[in-house]
Design a protein around this ligand. Structure first.
Ligand SMILES: [Zn+2]
Length: 316
């Protein structure tokens, strides 16, 4: 494998750890509440770490959101909309959070935003990056993967660019989404909370080591790159006409080859995958994605070469 040039980053001084971006995803809600009362657990010598309960009204009611999905409200259009208008709760909240954690694109923005989520899908321990070309975040994911031996952290990379950012973690300079499942929304399971907590600690340890001058060597990282979302089959009225096939249910991250069962119609007919290459479905049958017309997300599995990274000013 050819070598890639090293990349330097300024020291990271401020990190936000967010729970309750979706108000019924309980691992992050419980952890954020705990850390707001007991912040010492997050303390590191070189960084200031801010825990935050993000969508307070939705958390209070234990619902995903009040008016609309907050984690789709951080688009340039919403953030720049005139505040005098009567706006949905989450749009107003996004504007306020952008001031608190950002503003996005400014020097004052949080160095790293860690955003905690749960899914009903059988996704295990998943690290989500907004882009696979942000190498502070890719090296952070690689560090977590290597250092949490008991966990199998897979990395899902989105393809967000400045023009199509929409999520809260994109307000920071660097981002890490943590998605743990399966867990029903509204339910807190101790083992999921414990794994999420370990991931957050490993992430903070990484930032601390980076600030203290540790160099993170060039390495390979297996990444599942998001390609698109696939809807359920629908009838002429637009109603869902087939469910996830039993052979595919809970098989997140496993390859789906042409001809593999994908959906089962209510009439009992199997619908197979008819693409021409192997894909890797994730977020299979996520409860909150029915309204998004998403049966699962399609990814491709790639091996990425990560550059060595180190702190600015340190000789290479
Ligand atoms: Zn969520």
């Amino acid at each position: 494998m050819t070598s890639v040039p090293a990349v330097t980053f300024a020291p990271m001084s401020r990190v936000a750890v967010l729970g309750g971006t979706h108000g019924n995803e309980m691992s992050g809600v419980f952890l954020a509440r705990h850390w707001l009362k007991n912040p010492s657990e997050l303390k590191r010598s070189t960084i200031s770490v801010m825990p935050l309960l993000v969508n307070e009204a939705a958390v209070e009611r234990c619902v995903r959101y009040m008016d609309q999905d907050l984690n789709r409200c951080f688009t340039p259009e919403f953030l720049n909309i005139d505040s005098d208008q009567t706006l949905p709760y989450e749009v107003l909240r996004a504007k306020r959070l952008n001031c608190l954690l950002g503003p996005r694109g400014s020097d004052e923005a949080m160095d790293l935003i860690i955003d905690l989520h749960n899914t009903t899908a059988n996704i295990g321990d998943c690290l989500i990056l907004n882009s696979s070309s942000n190498h502070f975040s890719t090296q952070l994911a690689s560090y977590i993967q290597r250092n949490l031996k008991g966990l199998r952290c897979r990395v899902l990379a989105l393809k967000l660019t400045a023009a199509n950012l929409y999520d809260i973690s994109s307000v920071g300079k660097y981002d890490l989404g943590v998605e743990l499942g399966p867990q029903p929304h509204g339910v807190a399971r101790a083992e999921n909370l414990s794994r999420m907590r370990k991931i957050v600690h490993a992430a903070l340890d990484f930032v601390e080591l980076f600030n203290q001058g540790t160099e993170f060597e060039e390495c390979d990282l297996e990444i599942y790159r998001h390609l698109k979302n696939l809807d359920y089959p629908r009838d002429a009225e637009g109603e869902i006409s087939a469910l996830i096939h039993p052979d595919r249910q809970d098989k997140d991250w496993l390859p789906m080859k042409p001809g593999d069962p994908m959906f089962l119609t209510l009439g009992g007919e199997t619908i197979t995958y008819n693409g021409d290459k192997t894909i890797y479905p994730v977020f299979i049958n996520e409860a909150a994605y029915y309204e998004k017309r998403t049966a699962f997300c399609i990814t491709e599995r790639v091996s990425a070469r990560l550059p060595r990274i180190h702190k600015e000013g340190k000789s290479s």
